[in-house]
Design a protein around this ligand. Structure first.
Ligand code: ATP
Length: 256
């Protein structure tokens, strides 16, 4: 369980990016966070990741306060090209964080191979990132995050740099991974359709300073399917509602 209470973050220049954010996420839930540019989504994620210390409020993961980067947490950012080391093989990129955690060599290789298999890149372990397409490189970033079996996976626009078809493949990969590993996931996205398609809940952020405008359950059955799910009346209705809320129209509600 992830609990965020009264979270406020002020940058050193005095800018208050988020104010009094409350959020509770049950274990194994995938929460999509959407909202207009600049409303503080990444700020929230960086505070939860322990990468920046909030001015006020608290964040607890399974009851333990987050103060610094917690164990069992992995982050995937949009810019895979800067997060992978070009001089290392795909296998070594995935295994590197395991080495830093003191895992023995044989275990590292096995964990990296398993993680690469689970993102469909078992055959590419010996290649270098620059030999792979953008979508494949982002799969490597996801494999690296999965390799040490995080309890909490934070993703900041992870599919923002790939083409539309690859994006759909990665969305389905994310759902498959969540089904297999069962970790809690916070996914920041600009894409309203994506927020509904992958989410168990959609949290709409807005305002300045940013805060939670709405927290909506996603009443769509699983498994989801790119065409049938997106055509369903429930999907269409929720996507419209989220769209209105993101644009600052529609009633503010917290229903999840
Ligand atoms: N290091 C910083 N110093 C000062 N202000 C910052 C800093 N980083 C972000 N901000 C400001 O804080 C606010 C929230 O930024 P943040 O990046 O969290 O928003 P966001 O919702 O993730 O935006 P986007 O969707 O465009 O990525 C913005 O007004 C931004 O300009």
């Amino acid at each position: 369980m992830l609990e965020v209470r009264g979270l406020t973050h002020t940058y050193p220049d005095g800018h208050v990016a988020i104010r009094a954010v409350d959020l509770r996420v049950e274990e194994g839930t995938l929460v999509s966070i959407v909202g207009p540019s600049g409303c503080g989504k990444s700020t929230l994620l960086r505070c939860v990741a322990g990468l920046q210390r909030p001015a006020d409020g608290e964040i607890r993961l399974d009851g333990e306060p987050i103060d610094g980067v917690p164990d069992g947490l992995a982050v995937v950012f949009q810019d895979y090209s800067r997060s992978l080391y070009p001089w290392l093989t795909v296998r070594d990129n995935v295994a590197l964080p395991l080495r830093r955690r003191g895992m023995a060599r044989a275990q590292r290789r096995a964990a990296a191979a398993d993680a690469l298999e689970s993102v469909g890149l078992g055959q590419s372990a010996g290649k270098h990132p620059w030999q792979l397409s953008g979508g494949m490189q982002q799969r490597v970033s996801i494999a690296r995050a999965l390799a040490f079996r995080p309890r909490l996976l934070l993703m900041d626009e992870p599919f923002g740099s790939v083409d539309a078809q690859t994006r759909e493949e990665l969305e389905d990969l994310l759902l498959a991974i969540r089904g297999r590993f069962g970790m809690t996931i916070l996914l920041v996205t600009h894409d309203i359709d994506e927020s509904v398609y992958v989410g168990d809940r959609v949290v709409v952020f807005g305002g300045s300073p940013g805060g939670v405008r709405a927290d909506l359950p996603v009443p769509l059955p699983s498994p989801r399917e790119q065409i049938a799910t997106r055509e369903s009346p429930e999907f269409v209705a929720l996507r419209s509602e989220v769209g209105r809320l993101v644009r600052g129209k529609g009633s503010v509600e917290r229903t999840a």
